[in-house]
Design a protein around this ligand. Structure first.
Ligand code: DX5
Ligand code: ZN
Length: 222
């Protein structure tokens, strides 16, 4: 079991877009640590979510860091724009970056934490030579593009492999799990080595989202 309470990052993709201020303020009042913000371009993934003006609007009300997950091609073009819109972290996809090392360094030079996301089919080994430049690794536990999909069980083995790589390389990078995370599987994810839980539909579709966030945050106590 994780020694520390996990970082909880509700995914705003499952918020009510007609009530973004209300839902952002709900996160402010909850035990959540970050707001996870999913940007989709209809090219890298088969869906379009929202863009810079909406991120700026969320940032106006958010009292917690915006963890911005770019599911877009050529993310390097938009790093400073997302920083200016209020991003505290930028997660780019390994599969979308030809010059990943440069892109991660640029994110850090802009004053943000830099993360890499891996699609379900991408092996952990591709991180061996980049783990030292990475603050966060986000393992996709669904195929990116939509909320509300079923968790891919193979992710558990990937978490263990990634944890091993981080320990071996003596880095302090965080392991985020994104997709299909719920109160049912969160404990197993933490036991395998996850540090950050992104949860969209399991939080926003819950009868009491604040209570669900609290339960995710305090699972390790029970
Ligand atoms: C999927 C996104 C996720 C999504 C998770 O492409 O990256 O962040 O919002 O949603 P749930 O938790 O519903 O699987
Ligand atoms: Zn995401």
């Amino acid at each position: 079991m994780a020694k520390h309470a996990p970082i909880i990052a509700p995914s705003m993709l499952s918020a009510d877009f007609a009530n973004l201020q209300r839902d952002t303020e709900m996160i402010n009042e909850s035990a959540a640590d970050w707001l996870h913000v999913d940007i989709m371009d209809g090219v890298f993934v088969p869906n379009i979510s929202f863009g810079l003006p909406v991120v700026r609007a969320m940032a106006q009300h958010a009292q917690k860091p915006l963890d911005v997950h770019l599911m877009i091609v050529q993310p390097e073009k938009y790093l400073s724009a997302f920083r200016d819109a209020g991003a505290a972290h930028i997660i780019v996809h390994y599969e979308a970056c030809t010059h990943l090392h440069r892109t991660l360094q640029q994110i850090q030079q802009l004053g943000m934490k830099a993360g890499v996301a891996l699609n379900p089919h991408t092996p952990i080994q591709v991180l061996e030579d980049i783990i030292f430049e990475t603050d966060i690794v986000c393992l996709m536990s669904v195929n990116p593009g939509f909320g509300g999909q079923a968790f891919i069980p193979q992710t558990i083995e990937k978490i263990k492999k990634l944890k091993h790589l981080i320990v071996e390389s003596e880095t302090s990078c965080l392991i985020t799990i994104d997709g299909g995370v719920s109160l049912q599987n969160a404990r197993t994810l933490l036991q395998a080595g996850a540090n950050v839980l992104v949860a969209g539909s399991s939080v926003f579709n819950a009868p009491d989202p604040v209570q669900t966030i609290y339960q995710l945050k305090h699972l390790y106590n029970h």
